[in-house]
Design a protein around this ligand. Structure first.
Ligand code: FES
Ligand code: MG
Length: 576
């Protein structure tokens, strides 16, 4: 048997003695690359979302250098390339509007270039799903390397969490419990180092999802961005990807249905972000796996939330890492028979082998099922005449007493309508009201902004009201909390029943019964439907026009209709 290595994709560019090979190699040589690196060795693309406009990813250039060390050590050639970065804190109208655009950038950058495998350098919320979606459609070997969370926030001696305390302090200011000066003084304390939000927000959730899926190295979820062990993880990922290319371990071999089922259960155990529902469905469908809201409800329903992290609980990501990180959580699931332990991982061993002996150093941060934070964690999927396509709520972040509630609607037609109306002293609203926000879904906003956790009216906050039922077609930040029903599908702007709700209509929320019901009879709803007009999108053009015309609803992952599925990474025609 010949031990001649398999001919790799990149050799279609760099191999041979013809005009095209000359061209591909010669221009690369202007980077100072010696001739022997074009000998057919694995070429590893390092797909980087570094950007100074994405503060959570601003350290990814340096981390990529660690990946390169590993790639060189293992005999590969690393080539770093930038893709569109998506920063949650700066991008308007919402970073989510651009997730699919970035995914297109990633997919086309991979397919059109001489790479055999990729490292996906991600951090801030949308960068993780965007890169996974784009790479999944190419289906080359890939490893996700997350940038890691910031050090714990600290303000005047107390831990404060990214995002979570913005919402909390803002309500304290509105309620007269905190001065504006103190509020502003907390800014620096919240963001003390490089890295992503250190609450169990969407970034930490997606880094955890990548680890649970087996597409990232063990401990990817929790090592702080500035901990030297994050650099080691990056270097080891660089070593591994070279071997994965040699062994042809493609993304589709890791990201199986079993892997997604594991991730859904892990999301329940960590009290992860509702945004993961949309992102995982979108990634799975790139691979032809028909993941649905029902999978989320069926698999997540039985899983207690055992990680005591903000926004659901008390601690932060640094604490989570020191307590044992995601492996300790996955071990609890595995021992309860809730994990497909034979699922594969980019690290080599199976998921079961990786988590089998994972230690737990702090039973307060990572608990057991017997003293869970929320006995039924996960994401509850609600249905009813108000959400025929489904809606979601995160029970671990909600108020138990409100999970069964009936109250009159107070309707906001748009987010601007909400801002104009919410603190009007004459607004008829009390703690039993159900706040309803329309036209903030994928098509309506457009981009499905994180505005679903509408702050409560000041007059109720001042009276000590801390939570109310809120319903919308929007998303909410993974760092937010409350009895907030999100992702209502179909959305109002697509003519969903949410569009028909009026002030005073009674709405029933029954989380245990998975029900969301508008108490208006069918004849009246039909009359309102006949009178309904879709919102005008006259001012929408350019990319937003493409988005509104092709985005799928939340229950289908908000991908573009023409992007679902796998197109692989065949070798394109010559360019010259
Ligand atoms: Fe970037 Fe939270 S804003 S991770
Ligand atoms: Mg967020």
């Amino acid at each position: 048997m010949s031990d001649e290595p398999r001919k790799l994709r990149s050799s279609a560019w760099f191999g041979g003695a013809g005009k095209n090979a000359f061209m591909h190699r010669s221009w690369m040589k202007n980077e100072g690359l010696p001739p022997d690196v074009f000998d057919g060795r694995p070429v590893i693309g390092i797909c980087n979302t570094w950007s100074e406009l994405t503060p959570c990813n601003a350290h990814l250039r340096e981390l990529a250098e660690r990946v390169k060390r590993g790639v060189y050590e293992a005999g590969g050639l690393p080539l770093e390339f930038p893709v569109m970065s998506l920063g949650e804190s700066n991008m308007r109208p919402t970073a989510m509007l651009f997730r699919n655009l970035a995914a297109m950038d990633v997919e086309e950058s991979i397919r059109s270039n001489p790479v055999d495998g990729v490292i996906l350098m991600v951090g801030c919320d949308k960068t993780t799903p965007a890169l996974m979606m784009g790479a999944a459609s190419c289906d080359l070997p890939a490893i996700v390397v997350s940038g890691g969370p910031m050090l714990n926030g600290n303000f005047r001696g107390k831990p404060i969490g990214s995002g979570t305390h913005v919402w909390k302090f803002y309500e304290d200011v509105k309620a007269g419990r905190m001065s504006v000066d103190d509020f502003l003084a907390a800014e620096q304390g919240q963001s003390r180092s490089a890295g992503s939000c250190m609450t169990m927000g969407t970034a930490s959730t997606m880094a955890s999802m990548a680890e649970a899926l087996g597409i990232a190295m063990p401990d990817n979820a929790a090592i702080p961005a500035v901990d030297s062990r994050r650099q080691i993880l990056a270097q080891e990922a660089g070593r591994r990807i070279v071997g994965m290319v040699r062994d042809d371990i493609r993304m589709s071999k890791i990201l199986t249905r079993e892997a997604f089922e594991n991730a859904i259960r892990v999301n329940g155990a960590i009290g992860g972000s509702t945004n993961a529902v949309i992102h995982l469905i979108a990634v799975a469908r790139r691979l032809g796996i028909d993941l649905s809201l029902d999978d989320w409800d069926r698999l997540g329903r039985s899983v207690p939330t055992i990680v005591d992290l903000m926004p659901s609980g008390r601690f932060l990501m640094e604490d989570f890492y020191y307590a044992g990180g995601l492996r300790a959580v996955m071990r609890v699931l595995a021992e309860a028979g809730l994990l497909h332990t034979d699922a594969a991982s980019v690290a080599g061993p199976t998921i079961g082998e990786i988590v089998a002996d994972a230690p737990n150093y702090n039973g307060e941060v990572i608990r057991g099922f017997e003293d869970a934070l929320t006995p039924e964690g996960g994401i509850a999927v609600l249905r009813g005449n108000l959400a025929p396509g489904g809606a979601v709520i995160k029970p671990s972040a909600a108020t138990p007493a409100l999970m069964q509630h009936r109250g009159p609607a107070v309707v906001f037609e748009t987010i601007e309508h909400y801002y104009a109306r919410i603190d009007d002293p004459d607004l008829e609203i009390d703690e039993n009201s159900v706040m309803v926000l329309k036209n903030c879904g994928p098509k309506g906003y457009p981009g499905m902004a994180e505005v679903g956790n509408m702050p409560l009216p000041a007059k109720l906050l001042k009276r000590g009201v801390t939570d109310m039922v809120r319903i919308s077609d929007a998303r909410m930040s993974g760092t937010a909390y409350g009895t907030v029903v999100l992702h209502t599908a179909p959305e109002a702007a697509a003519g969903g029943p949410l569009a028909l709700v009026r002030d005073g209509d009674m709405i029933e929320l029954d989380v245990a019964g998975r029900r969301l019901h508008l108490e208006v009879d069918e004849a009246e709803l039909a009359a309102r439907r006949a009178a309904w007009k879709p919102p005008e999108h006259a001012d929408i053009n350019g990319y937003q026009k493409l988005y509104v015309e092709h985005v799928l609803q939340a229950d289908e992952g908000c991908d573009f209709d023409f992007l679902t599925g796998k197109r692989e990474a065949g070798i394109p025609r010559h360019s010259h």
